[in-house]
Design a binder for this molecule. Structure first.
Ligand code: FES
Length: 161
């Protein structure tokens, strides 16, 4: 895992990506963006990359995940679980499991984004999966954090009471 953190694979933006999604975790405030380049005819992922504003485990998980999905059909990539990502990394410690969940959630949101203006395939559920729900969209995350910040700043301080 440390090696992937020091020398992550597929780091950076794909400028002409066919789909991307930025997702964040409320638990830690970390964020990740996944970019996908997809062959329209075969629905195979021809390129995948990520940008991470997260911890070492998140970077390693995103790196291994983008390696795992290369040359995979979107349907196959959809099925990759955070457990698989954790196993590939030699087992994430329990306090770092959400880092893998965040990476998988961001990937699933990117796949969902790919089908936003296309016909939804049968294998893509209408409802968000738990991983997608945990990996909040950037705006959702900002809204929640913003509300929390406002709540904190409007609370009377101990000095004022
Ligand atoms: Fe937040 Fe790892 S601690 S993604």
């Amino acid at each position: 895992m440390l090696e992937l953190f020091r020398n992550p694979k597929n780091l950076g933006k794909i400028k002409d990506a066919d789909a991307s999604a930025t997702a964040g975790s409320l638990a830690c405030g970390d964020m990740i963006t996944i970019y996908l380049k997809v062959d329209e005819k075969t629905e195979k992922i021809i390129e995948a990359s990520f940008e991470s504003y997260g911890c070492a485990a998140n970077i390693a998980a995103s790196s291994i995940l983008t390696e795992l999905i290369k040359e995979k059909y979107l349907q196959e990539a959809w099925k990759i679980s955070w457990k698989q990502v954790s196993d590939e990394l030699g087992g994430l410690p329990s306090i770092k499991l959400h880092c893998g969940i965040l990476a998988v959630g961001a990937l699933r949101r990117a796949i969902r984004a790919y089908y936003k203006n296309r016909e939804r395939p049968e294998w893509l559920p209408e409802e968000l999966t738990p991983e997608e729900r945990q990996a909040l969209e950037e705006e959702e995350l900002m809204n929640i954090l913003g509300k929390k910040m406002r709540a904190v700043s409007t609370k009377p301080s101990e000095k004022e009471v």
